[in-house]
Design a binder for this molecule. Structure first.
Ligand code: TRP
Length: 326
């Protein structure tokens, strides 16, 4: 079997191009490299740790599945499934809880940030990184593509693998993080801030129509310079558009600047709008089709779970026997 890559994404509603370039594109590129087996799951259990509406949850999970499939996750190459459909994740997390210290979890920055942000400090939120370690180690994954913000959680997963192996004998490989090299996408209306759903005006959604995409890019905040130039520190708006252009066309910001030497902002913005609209076209078509065929989506998720489940069961059996459960 090829080395295994495992990654999860929380179902968090509508996706924007920052989510796409930061994470999904990398997953799709890795999948298409054919060097790995790929397990990709929707972290629905993790999503219960922050405030949510139970009436919306199943819709959000379906939406996440549809978004991933339409962005290019190919069920023939990758197993796509829902975390809660594989009971072994939570079961392994329990065992990992017993070899993880309070101190290790108290150091987690994301937990502290979420609490500072007003989330209820429930035990699940505190324990979030242990479940994440179980998600990864239950498949003995070698590589884990995650955002930079997940580095500390991934380090913890490595620590847990190491402690487990030390105490109970070599069982888990230490998973390596694969951190995307994608440039950070900033808000179109406030380019000093990261693109985020919380500021919808500056947000380019994967579902925006070509007209809307072009409109949003045309009205993106830039500066009063006359020519396209790259200087993220002092000219964040135009530099952000250059980054977006570079990412979608697979070149570097420097090459993009060269290409548009002498072009006005208006001309450059038109080119960025055209490119993004074109690149999202396939994704949008696939999405429209999947939305009409939810049964097919459920079938894909079930197939994905059937691929993942036997591996999860085998690891859990091994772990139970190592720790002495009968
Ligand atoms: N915590 C990850 C995030 O917020 C999502 C996630 C859950 C995950 N379990 C995982 C990512 C396992 C990689 C591997 O992005």
């Amino acid at each position: 079997m090829k080395p295994l890559i495992v990654s999860g994404i929380k179902p968090s509603g509508i996706l924007h191009i920052g989510n796409y370039l930061g994470m999904i594109k990398q997953a799709v590129d890795l999948q298409n490299s054919d060097k790995y087996s790929y397990f990709y799951f929707i972290a629905d259990l993790h999503s219960l740790t922050t405030k949510y509406d139970p009436k919306e949850k199943s819709k959000e999970v379906m939406e996440a599945a549809i978004d991933l499939l339409s962005a290019g996750i190919d069920p023939k190459k990758s197993a796509l499934f829902v975390q809660s459909h594989i009971l072994e994740h939570a079961n392994l997390a329990w065992i990992f809880n017993t070899i993880t210290s309070m101190g290790q979890l108290e150091r987690m920055v994301e937990y502290k940030e979420k609490v500072a942000d007003g989330q209820t400090p429930n035990a699940g939120l505190f324990d979030y990184p242990v479940l994440m370690a179980a998600d990864i180690l239950i498949y003995k994954a070698q590589k884990v593509p995650v955002g930079e913000d997940q580095r500390q959680h991934l380090e913890l997963a490595r620590d847990i693998a190491r402690s487990f192996n030390k105490r109970f004998g070599k069982t888990f490989p230490e998973p390596a993080g694969v951190y995307t090299k994608a440039l950070r996408v900033m808000s179109l209306s406030d380019p000093k801030k990261k693109m985020s759903k919380t500021a919808p005006a500056g947000c380019l959604y994967l579902s925006d129509s070509p007209k809307k995409i072009k409109e949003k890019i045309n009205t993106a905040v830039t500066d009063s310079h006359k020519e396209v130039g790259y200087d993220p520190e002092n000219r964040p708006g135009i530099s952000n558009l250059i980054n977006i252009y570079a990412e979608f066309s697979g070149t570097s910001p420097e090459a993009a600047v060269k290409q548009f030497k002498g072009a006005s902002y208006k001309e450059f913005k038109a080119a960025v709008g055209e490119l993004v609209a074109l690149k999202l076209q396939d994704t949008q078509e696939r999405k429209a089709n999947l939305e009409k065929d939810k049964k097919e989506v459920l079938r894909i998720l079930e197939n994905g779970a059937e691929t993942a489940r036997p591996i999860a069961k085998k690891t859990l059996e091994e772990v139970k026997s190592r720790v002495g459960l009968i």
